[in-house]
Design a protein around this ligand. Structure first.
Ligand SMILES: [Zn+2]
Ligand SMILES: [Zn+2]
Length: 176
């Protein structure tokens, strides 16, 4: 019993400092390496996240620029189909005291009885419904007067076209 204790403890005391030192050394090396490894990983991670955010921001800006560029060079000048459909249409008849010959300024032919016509609400010009619908596919103003064809457009309120619009002024009287 006593022998075991005598030889056991000095052996432990002599051995353990060496063990501890190496253990400390290994632990220190491992921890330092781990810290460096973790720091490197963190650095790489933040850098990739930042660059990804930067890339995302750049693509967002690019997309905005592309969207605005795509929308601007193709301006739709024609009237919206719903606006064209809302324009008053009627069947042309000479029976309602319509003795004046109406010439469609789009196809340059006289409107015949029974043909569907549209009369623009702003200038009261009459055209074939088929012709004026095609016309408004690319334009938004009357083929004759060049006035805006959409009803009650602020263009009407400008007193400017008095000189050139003097002839058709009578038709506009009820509007103003
Ligand atoms: Zn026509
Ligand atoms: Zn007109």
């Amino acid at each position: 019993m006593g022998f075991d204790e005598d030889t056991g403890s000095p052996l432990f005391q002599r051995k353990s400092p060496v063990d501890l030192n190496t253990k400390i050394m290994i632990a220190a090396i491992i921890s330092v390496t781990t810290v460096i490894f973790v720091l490197t990983l963190l650095h790489l991670y933040t850098r990739s996240v930042l660059s990804r955010q930067d890339h995302r921001r750049r693509t967002a800006i690019l997309r905005l620029l592309l969207a605005s560029a795509a929308s601007s060079p193709t301006p739709k000048t024609g009237l919206h189909p719903s606006v064209v459909a809302a324009l008053p249409a009627s069947t042309f008849t000479t029976a309602e005291g319509n003795e004046t010959v109406i010439e469609c300024s789009v196809c340059l032919s006289v409107v015949q009885e029974g043909e569907t016509v549209r009369t623009l609400p702003n200038c009261h010009h009459t055209f074939h419904a088929e012709c004026i619908d095609k016309w408004f596919g690319g334009r938004s103003s009357c083929p004759i007067f060049r006035a805006e064809a959409a009803p009650r457009h602020p263009m009407l309120l400008t007193p400017e076209p008095r000189g050139r619009g003097a002839v058709s002024r009578g038709g506009d009287m009820d509007e103003s």
